[in-house]
Design a protein around this ligand. Sequence first.
Ligand SMILES: NC(=O)c1ccc[n+]([C@@H]2O[C@H](COP(=O)([O-])OP(=O)(O)OC[C@H]3O[C@@H](n4cnc5c(N)ncnc54)[C@H](OP(=O)(O)O)[C@@H]3O)[C@@H](O)[C@H]2O)c1
Length: 264
Amino acid sequence: MTLEDVKVGFIGFGNMAQAMAEGFLRQKALRPGQIYACAKNWDKLCKNTEEKGMHACRDAQELAASADIVIIAVKPYLVAEVVSPIKELLREKIVVSVAVGYTFDKYEEVLAAGTHHLSVLPNTPVSIGEGVIVCEQKHSLADAEFALVEGLFSKIAMVQVVEARLLGIAGTICGCGPAFVSMFMEALGDAGVMHGLPRAMAYQLAGQMVAGTGKLLTATGAHPGVMKDAVCSPAGTTIIGVTTLERKGLRSAVIDAVDAIERR
Ligand SMILES: NC(=O)c1ccc[n+]([C@@H]2O[C@H](COP(=O)([O-])OP(=O)(O)OC[C@H]3O[C@@H](n4cnc5c(N)ncnc54)[C@H](OP(=O)(O)O)[C@@H]3O)[C@@H](O)[C@H]2O)c1
């Protein structure tokens, strides 16, 4: 099985599944005919799939019979209910879960013994091929199956393998981070508008600045503090903003936000 002929099915075709499917199509990792999906609302599913040439399946049974890689993308509280009737079919498949909190050990309780499965946490920038997909180190995929999944996911994301105990915090930074960064970009946009920039232009500038700064960090491996220092000349303008943000508690607010999520 290769990326040329693999069939990928989504059980649940909401925000995350559609973001991944969009990413696969945009990055030309898969052709529309290689993607299958099922969901609760049939009409909505048909609209979201067939218009783009993907296949809509009536139910999880039909989907599991059609796909080689089955991606479980329903809300976590529905996983056991959705998986239970198709357990036997899934034994023959590569099962990948994106459900938050559903680790390898938890899946061992709901899947049939011997099922090949992997738990991952993607984030929404996968839709434009710029995501992060955190994979749990413990899985039961054969080497060739993992290579196939990793090869597919790396077309839409940076793939990072972590131990189970780090899956939650890595998923929080990558999965909740887009909301935090969006708030930051919105605030920059408001400040830009306050000082005369048209709003659309302010958001474009903020967005590209964040994208470029992020790429600089990952491409060079530079320490974020060093990147910050590089922009702050003595008695210059940037250091005025940096010290103001420090006084307002930007960094501790971010740390507290992540800590609050981890302690919930
Ligand atoms: N969104 C994120 O940023 C994010 C990040 C990491 C992980 N995740 C994980 O991704 C999973 C999906 O989240 P989401 O944000 O995409 O949720 P969502 O937008 O609510 O999508 C859930 C999908 O499940 C479908 N569904 C509900 N009951 C079903 C059933 N019995 N059989 C088949 N499909 C059913 C829904 O169908 P209808 O649309 O027809 O109701 C919908 O397509 C969750 O487990 C979440 O933890 C999400």
